[in-house]
Design a binder for this molecule. Sequence first.
Ligand SMILES: Cc1cc2nc3c(=O)[nH]c(=O)nc-3n(C[C@H](O)[C@H](O)[C@H](O)COP(=O)(O)O)c2cc1C
Length: 186
Amino acid sequence: MRTLIVYQSYFGNTRLIASSLARHFKELGEVVLYDIERHQNGFDFTMFDLILIGSPTRYTSISAPMKRFLQSPKVKRFSDLPVVAFDTRYGPQHKHSVFMRFLIQMFGYGVTSLEKRLDRLSIPRLLDGEGFSVEAAEGPLSEHTEKRVGAFVARIVVAMQETAKTAHDAGDALDEKDSEAETRVV
Ligand SMILES: Cc1cc2nc3c(=O)[nH]c(=O)nc-3n(C[C@H](O)[C@H](O)[C@H](O)COP(=O)(O)O)c2cc1C
């Protein structure tokens, strides 16, 4: 399996999640980590079986560079690949203002925004994304993050297997139809 992990990070926490995901997916095949702020023109997004895309949560949305990236024509080249979103965000210990709490209720987190944008671009999502909390804006990541990344990877792998099985069964059904058609011709 070839996995592409696209991310942006200001303070390094989203990068740490991306790297941890990469370590897991390396056990299943090739992994490419793609930092959107390192200009990689001409990159071929179509060579992968799965794309993970992650951003820090910023004002209940995603980061400005990630917004720009998702507006760029290269994203259209994700084609029909299944995409999974992730974000980093403040944890439950963070004291939000009443206004921020209202905004979070209205708009959610980075994943909410990422998924809305993917839907608008008609990019298929494999499963619901995941958020990973930080103890403060610059980090560190909350306790047990590594365990949560492992659980997230397990969910993704199961979803990939189910998708592959559905495609395989559909292929079998088509083969059966073909052979019935052939039988009728003979
Ligand atoms: C200006 C600013 C706005 C933020 N807005 C939110 C927010 O709306 N909701 C939230 O959960 N976390 C918010 N955070 C926390 C960030 O999500 C956190 O700093 C980020 O996950 C760190 O990721 P990074 O190290 O990859 O940049 C904000 C942080 C900053 C500095």
